[in-house]
Design a protein around this ligand. Structure first.
Ligand code: ADP
Length: 560
């Protein structure tokens, strides 16, 4: 460790020369001067590890230099050189902090031994200081491992810091989210003191603000500020008043709070903070700030998670109620309607006896209106179901499904005087999805085409294979849809002519359902229409996942 810096000061140039030469030979970085004044200037300009100084020098003597040097740097190590005449002053020098002395004349070995002993002691002290700095950090890390909320952690951290610094009263204040005021998170030694509850909120002003702005530990003597900061006054007031130490708590860029310490003492005796104490406080304050900020963020996260959990529970409950509602609706509406429709169809077919000509019209209306009602119920049920139920992923053969739908709509199209033709490629990939829901897509598109195409028109259904999926097109030569309406027809309950006098039935749910189901299957729907000429609705659905296809095919082929 011969890299240490040494300043040698003696008014005898010969002694300085020999000492400098010798210490340089040992590998130290040495500077030699021949007056007290020069020594003071060197100490002010640079930092030294060791000062070797003659006690007796004209003008500025060695003791004065020593005291000055130690006030600049309390860690400065000093060895004094003395003759018999100044022996009495050695004690004074040792009391002022000197670590050794050399009596003139001294030999080389004695010189070397004294210098090395002083430097060795200095290294030990530095090591001790380093350990002293590490100890609280170790304790702080241990504190962090114990579970607890921000308040709990604040109290434990405050105790660690206060104990390390010998503070009998202490307070830890955290900045609120808008950094406008500090709130007491923990205090120590203040119990029994008359601190009003409202004083536990400290505005960010005065010495608190100055400490935060300075971003370093501040030692406040005097009581000029006491009026504005009642709480902090309580930290220092009492029989043995001393300074108030304020420590800003700050993580990388963010102010977290301020820690206040008062009544600093060692075994009951008041003490002042040394530079190494301040350094230690600065190190601890960073650890404390990071720990508190982490705990605060963790608490926020925990609160958010709990809120999300509650929202999820509510959502689940809503889904459960909706599910129940759908089941009730399906059952309570579908069952009686099926009976009404069944009997109406029986009446209309003549199986229950011939109807009189004037009865045929009303019965036919009953059948048609029942169909409309059935469609409506199916749409409402499907739209609710689609919202909450994950679509099942069964392999669906789209050509087969469309052929079935065309068969079912054939009679209706004939009755309306419409041509219904199709062009279906059978070489289309299988779609993975919910067959029941996809069938509602097809039914709604064909149903609308029939509904909105006047007698004599044509409806054309096409099915192609496209890159990565299938494309279904339902075209008609009907009334068409104006450009402005084309964007809105996929909204729930939107109808181009929503008036009660409208000739076509329905309630504006069909296309919304088409869009929602198709999108849930990963597909899309679009319309292309010209008013008065007709419309084409195009649905694209992705093919089932290729990786899943063989598996599905195997399942299809295996006996159930
Ligand atoms: P609705 O039950 O009224 O048929 P939809 O959601 O199925 O409800 O359709 C919304 C509106 O879009 C219809 O009211 C109609 O005005 C218009 N529309 C849908 N399909 C066609 C079509 N093929 N031709 C002309 N207009 C259509």
């Amino acid at each position: 460790m011969a890299n240490e810096r040494i300043l040698v000061a003696d008014d005898e140039p010969q002694i300085v020369k020999v000492c400098v030469q010798m210490l340089s030979d040992f590998g130290y970085r040495v500077r030699g001067v021949t007056s007290g004044q020069e020594a003071v200037e060197c100490l002010e300009a640079e930092s030294y590890d060791l000062l070797v100084i003659d006690i007796r020098m004209p003008e500025v003597d060695g003791l004065t230099v020593l005291r000055w040097g130690m006030s600049l740097d309390p860690n400065l190590t000093c060895v004094v050189i003395t003759g018999y005449a100044t022996m009495g002053r050695v004690i004074e020098a040792m009391n002022s902090g000197a670590r050794g002395f050399l009596l003139k004349p001294f030999g080389m070995e004695e010189f070397q031994g004294t210098i090395e002993a002083a430097l060795a002691q200095r290294r030990k002290e530095q090591e001790w200081q380093r350990l002293r700095a590490q100890l609280p950090i170790l304790i702080i890390s241990q504190t962090l491992m114990a579970e607890g909320d921000v308040e709990d952690l604040s109290r434990r951290l405050l105790e660690v810091v206060a104990r390390q610094m010998g503070a009998n009263r202490a307070v830890l204040m955290l900045l609120d989210s808008r950094a406008q005021e500090l709130r007491v998170a923990a205090s120590m030694g203040l119990r029994g003191l008359d601190v009003a509850i409202e004083a536990r909120v400290v505005p960010v002003q005065g010495i608190v603000l100055q400490t935060l702005q300075a971003r370093e530990v501040k030692v406040w003597e005097g009581r000029d500020w006491a009026g504005q900061q009642e709480l902090l006054h309580a930290v220092v007031s009492g029989p043995a008043e001393g300074p108030l130490v304020l420590v800003p708590l700050r993580t990388g860029k963010k102010d977290v709070g301020v820690l206040g310490l008062g009544h600093l003492s060692d075994k009951g005796r008041p003490v002042a903070l040394t530079p190494s104490d301040l350094n230690l406080l600065a190190i601890m304050s960073r650890q404390v700030a990071i720990a508190l900020e982490n705990a605060r963020m963790y608490a926020v996260e925990q609160r958010r998670t709990a809120e999300l959990g509650r929202a999820l529970d509510q959502q689940r409950e809503l889904d459960r109620l909706k599910n129940q509602f759908i089941q009730n609706v399906s059952h309570e509406l579908r069952t009686p309607l099926a009976m009404v429709l069944g009997y109406a169809e029986l009446l209309a077919s003549g199986d229950l006896g011939d109807l009189r000509p004037e009865q045929k019209g009303p019965v036919e209306i009953m059948v048609q209106r029942s169909y409309v009602l059935r469609d409506l119920i199916e749409n409402i049920t499907a739209i609710l179901e689609n919202e909450i139920r994950q679509p099942s992923k069964e392999p669906v053969s789209v050509p087969g499904m469309i052929r079935d739908a065309i068969k079912d709509f054939r009679v209706l199209a004939d009755q309306a005087g419409l041509i219904l033709e199709s062009d279906l490629s059978s070489q289309v990939p299988t779609v993975l999805g919910d067959a029941e829901h996809l069938r509602r897509v097809v039914d709604n598109l064909i149903g609308n085409a029939i509904k909105f195409t006047p007698e004599g028109g044509a409806i054309h259904i096409r099915l192609y294979s496209v890159d990565g999926g299938v494309m279904l097109q339902v075209s008609d030569t009907g009334i068409g849809i104006a450009q402005d309406d084309q964007e809105r027809i996929f909204e729930r309950f939107y109808q181009v002519d929503g008036s009660t006098r409208r000739v076509h039935g329905g309630c504006g749910l069909g296309l919304a359902l088409v869009k929602e189901i198709v999108e849930r299957h990963g597909g899309s729907v679009a319309v292309d229409s010209t008013l008065g000429q007709g419309s084409t609705f195009t649905v694209t659905l992705p093919a089932g996942d290729e990786a899943e296809q063989p598996e599905l095919k195997r399942r299809q082929m295996s006996p159930r």
